[in-house]
Design a protein around this ligand. Structure first.
Ligand code: OSB
Ligand code: MG
Length: 369
């Protein structure tokens, strides 16, 4: 197979409802789509770096720079078509996992399409239908939060995650638990706390949560380990786990009992599968996180989440939970069983809609060997 071109586009899509986390409120999402053309086949990837460096250091602009000036040239210079080979060739460049994942994903899509099989089959995924959850942002008031949770439960979501921050934690859990005593519920702090807040975090043990996600900043494996010893509720790490090495160290240290895997955060599928396999060997469950992807990134997540050790409901909601009009056909839908179906067609198994992509595109550049 010969790669003929790599096309990068920056897109912006408005959310159906604002999304607020401990680092602020967002009304739209800016991201990069990667399109690789080779011998009549098209591979699609999504780079989840956001406009601002809040979730991690990367931004849409840093990812554009890394893709354009380093990753795409390496692909062309070394005549790479295979995603695992790309992973190896990109490894000398430090960091920038979201930029790397965007291009690696497009190569995975291409590799599966060349074989005429779905990514799930290529990865050896065992699940074809996944009971799913939804991530609920911080709202203007507790009644607004409860109403939003109620709406998602009515839609059929099987697990609710609420975002927390200092001042919006125990009261938010209390409000949701009062109304819904039996639902699967978890919280995500996106690193907003420190060990000085241990007492507040211990109070969360009262709400029968599945897990507490990323209470402390990414670098702080040690304090997560100290906190875990004070809690009954399992800690789950998101931002802290940058690859297989940090995953192993976090587990060795007792910094968490569950890991959230995001393909963008760890730099691609090769690394995501290493973490998945490590956790499987150790009997540690993982689940698939999301970055509010459009349908292209979401389809990739679905195939990844079909691997056997993805045992807790993912943040993989229906297209209409995020966007008025997703960029793919068919859109991702929630079944009446509260599940999402892993597409079965070749590659990602969904069709990006050119007209919708064009409408959302701010900038586009095509690169050729
Ligand atoms: O921490 O999991 C997170 C969205 C953007 C950045 C970080 C996170 C999130 C979510 C949304 O929680 C998950 C989704 O895509 O539904
Ligand atoms: Mg998170």
């Amino acid at each position: 197979m010969k790669i003929e071109s790599v096309e990068l586009s920056v897109l912006e899509l408005p959310y159906v409802h604002f999304f607020e986390t401990s680092f602020g409120r967002e009304h739209e999402r800016r991201f990069i789509l990667v399109k690789v053309l080779a011998e009549g086949l098209t591979g699609w990837g999504e780079c989840v770096a956001a406009e601002k460096p809040l979730y991690s250091e990367e931004t849409t602009e840093t990812a554009w720079h890394i893709l354009k000036d380093f990753l795409v040239p390496v692909l062309f210079e070394q005549k790479i078509t295979d995603p695992t080979e790309f992973h190896r060739a990109a490894a000398p460049f430090r960091g920038n996992p979201m930029a790397k994942a965007g291009l690696e994903l497009a190569l995975w899509d291409l590799a599966a399409k060349e074989k005429g099989i779905s990514l799930r089959r290529l990865y050896g995924g065992t699940q074809d239908e996944i009971p799913t959850g939804v991530s609920v942002g911080i709202e203007d008031s507790l009644p607004d939060l409860v109403a939003r949770v109620e709406g998602y439960l009515r839609d059929g979501y099987r697990r609710i995650k609420i975002k927390i921050k200092p001042g919006w934690d125990t009261a938010a859990c209390d409000a949701v638990r009062q109304k819904f005593p039996d639902i699967l519920l978890q919280v995500d702090a996106n690193g907003a706390y420190s060990m000085a807040d241990a007492e507040t975090l211990q109070k969360l043990d009262a709400y029968n949560l599945l897990l507490i996600e990323q209470p402390f900043p990414p670098f702080d494996l040690w304090d997560h380990s100290r906190l875990q010893k004070l809690l009954k509720t399992p800690l789950c790490l998101d931002e802290s786990v940058l690859g297989e090495v940090t995953a192993r160290q976090a587990l060795d240290m007792g910094s968490c009992r569950i890991i959230n895997i995001k393909v963008g955060r760890v730099g691609g599928i090769v690394e995501a599968r290493l973490i998945h396999d490590l956790c499987q060997e150790r009997g540690v469950p993982v689940w698939c996180g999301g970055m509010l992807e459009c349908g292209i990134g979401r389809a990739h997540n679905l195939h990844l989440a079909s691997l056997p050790n993805f045992r807790l409901p993912p943040d993989l909601s229906a297209s209409k939970r995020y966007y008025h009009e997703d960029l793919i056909e068919p859109e991702v839908e929630l079944t009446d069983r509260g599940t999402v179906i892993v597409p079965t067609g070749p590659g990602i198994g969904v069709n990006p809609v050119d007209k919708r992509i064009k409408k959302a595109t701010l900038r586009r550049e095509v690169f050729r060997p």
